[in-house]
Design a protein around this ligand. Structure first.
Ligand code: OAD
Length: 232
């Protein structure tokens, strides 16, 4: 079976009602991103940051996977598929995708402010005073700006094994996720689904579907399945 590595960003969840990051003047749900997604922001106003993620968690719980997520699940019937997502929602999992790597953490997990390795499953609000197993304050397991992205190593290793790569709904503005394509073999095809072409330099053959994920991903999946059938 051919192996497909899919890199997704906020755009794939946009039609499920979850806001993208750079959609409205650099504000994320009305906040400066650095205010709610950086260790400095958390140190300055932990209550605001915890409340912000409590709202995101509640919003994600109510959201449903859209045809873009569902089409990626369907791809598993014909390919070996690994999804590398920058998203902190669990819509890929809820669509049924079986191999999902979260680069930037997950809303349904929490950790100690003292130790990034003490990750626990946590699907409730987090308040000041909620403690991690090590006794320190609990915080969302989200990779904030300026923090390390340990999962990038595994993601890069996966990308290097891809026969086909797909990019959906990401501006490719955030490091190190935006370096992942550099690890792809030079002869493999790359497909990009996004209504606004991300800035993207590659020596690989790149095909753009300049449209929303809910229509573009099902079209791309159909194309890939047809191509495979022709090869057999
Ligand atoms: P961005 O908000 O930077 O980019 C969203 C992308 O989705 C853009 O390229 C849009 O054109 C595209 N888009 C919008 N609507 C779409 C739709 N219906 N279908 C498909 N694409 C659509 O989001 P990311 O690239 O994911 O990190 O941002 C990367 C990281 O920056 C995030 O993971 C987050 C943020 O800071 C953390 O929170 C740690």
């Amino acid at each position: 079976m051919k192996r497909i590595i899919v890199l997704t960003g906020a755009g794939i969840s946009a039609e499920s009602g979850l806001g993208t990051f750079r959609g409205s003047d650099g504000l994320w749900e009305g906040h400066d991103v650095m205010e709610v997604a950086s260790p400095e922001g958390f140190a300055k106003n932990p209550e605001l940051v915890l409340q912000f993620y409590n709202e995101r968690r509640a919003q994600a719980r109510l959201a449903q996977p859209n045809p873009g997520h569902l089409a990626l699940k369907q791809l598993e019937e014909h390919f070996e598929v690994f999804i590398v997502t920058q998203n902190v929602d669990d819509l890929h999992e809820r669509a049924g995708s079986s191999q999902v790597l979260h680069l930037h953490g997950q809303l349904t997990q929490a950790r100690s402010v003292r130790d990034e390795h003490t990750i626990i499953e946590w699907d409730e609000d987090i308040h000041l005073g909620d403690k991690a197993p090590d006794g320190a304050q609990l915080r969302p397991h989200i990779v904030w700006f300026g923090e390390a992205v340990p999962m990038i190593v595994e993601a890069a290793r996966l990308m290097a094994t891809a026969d086909i790569a797909i990019i959906v709904g990401t501006s490719l503005l955030v490091y190190p996720a935006n370096t992942l394509m550099d690890f792809a073999k030079t002869n493999i095809p790359i497909y990009v689904v996004d209504p606004h072409k991300p800035q993207f330099l590659s020596v690989n053959p790149v095909t753009f579907y300049e449209e929303k994920g809910s229509t573009g991903v099902p079209k791309l999946v159909e194309h890939l399945i047809d191509t495979i059938s022709e090869e057999i």
